[in-house]
Write a protein of this length. Structure first.
Length: 95
């Protein structure tokens, strides 16, 4: 079954707008990110959207699209660690 990306996106925009509680552009970021992620799932390599990126010197971008090569972790993403993989603790004199 093909995902209905555009119609789902437009339905979400209409639902948000109908509340009359949105704050302009930012209120619709979730709908746009969802549509971009749905489209990105169909691409090879897969692409995903990250809204509200950090400032890297040219302001705060609204969103970014990222590709993660197979078998590699995404850059700048937190890593979950199991309890048996302890972190190295620096002595306070090295801080």
């Amino acid at each position: 079954m093909q995902p209905r990306i555009l119609s789902d996106y437009l339905a979400e925009i209409a639902r948000i707008r109908a509340t009359r509680a949105g704050t302009g552009e930012v209120s619709y970021y979730g709908a746009l990110a969802g549509a971009l992620n749905a489209a990105g799932e169909r691409l090879k390599p897969r692409v995903f959207c990250v809204p509200n990126l950090r400032n890297r010197g040219s302001g705060f971008p609204d969103m970014g699209l990222f590709v993660v090569p197979r078998g590699q972790a995404a850059e700048d993403w937190p890593e979950a660690r199991s309890h048996d993989r302890c972190l190295h603790v620096l002595p306070t004199t090295e801080l």
